[in-house]
Design a protein around this ligand. Structure first.
Ligand SMILES: [Ca+2]
Ligand SMILES: [Ca+2]
Ligand SMILES: [Ca+2]
Ligand SMILES: [Ca+2]
Length: 213
């Protein structure tokens, strides 16, 4: 069973601009504090039919929504260097793809006995699950699984059927209906974290983009 770090809400890592001014209240990026410049570029989401298998041919022609440099990860971990985040709309599903500069690390787990950590995408949005985050971890029997944190998330958005992982690629499929059909995903970020052990540590972050659905 999933427990602990996937389901545990983490206010220290919840960094959402809540006032809609574009000004950044958390000192993560906006250096001028004028409130004039949005922190993240806005894109219209591309359409694609994606199979959750970790293979990327189904993303051909889609540009990364966020790109991230190589080597800005933690020297203490492998599999934590983010390369890019892609987003696509499959009609009934929101698709996310995390690319790494190296292979995924199966020690990023959410269970006793494993090195704890996770691959996470923050998905603040205008639906009922305002502070939704999706996180992928490795499970001994189920393999790679999706979990979530966030406000009011009571749906079944949890399990291996939402994830496809191969090599350095993590694909995630989230049914729009299961997150309340939001129309905008504001200030999306991808993160790799060594979760659950205080202090929480952000190993790499790829930031950021606002996506209109
Ligand atoms: Ca695929
Ligand atoms: Ca590393
Ligand atoms: Ca990186
Ligand atoms: Ca980074």
């Amino acid at each position: 069973m999933l427990s602990g770090c996937i389901l545990g809400w983490d206010p220290l890592h919840h960094r959402v601009d809540t006032d809609d001014t574009g000004s950044d209240t958390d000192d993560t990026g906006d250096t001028d504090d004028t409130g004039e410049e949005p922190r993240c570029p806005t894109i219209a989401i591309p359409s694609a039919t994606i199979t959750l298998d970790g293979m990327t041919a189904d993303w051909d022609g889609i540009d990364p929504a966020i790109e991230d440099e190589q080597g800005d990860d933690s020297p203490s971990y492998v599999g934590d260097d983010l390369r890019a985040l892609y987003v696509a709309d499959g009609g009934t599903d929101l698709f996310l793809r995390i690319d790494l500069w190296e292979s995924v690390n199966e020690n990023f787990r959410n269970e006793d006995g494993g090195t704890e950590g996770r691959y996470r995408v923050n998905l603040p949005n205008d639906g009922p699950y305002v502070t939704l985050d999706a996180a992928v971890t490795f499970h001994e029997t189920d393999g790679w699984v999706l979990g979530y944190t966030g406000s009011g998330t009571g749906s079944g958005l949890q399990g291996p059927e939402y994830v496809g992982v191969l090599g350095s690629v993590i694909e995630i499929g989230v049914p729009h209906a299961e997150i309340g059909n939001p129309t905008v995903l504001r200030e999306i970020e991808a993160l790799v974290e060594n979760c659950c052990v205080q202090p929480w540590t952000e190993l790499d972050i790829a930031s950021c983009v606002t996506v209109e659905l």
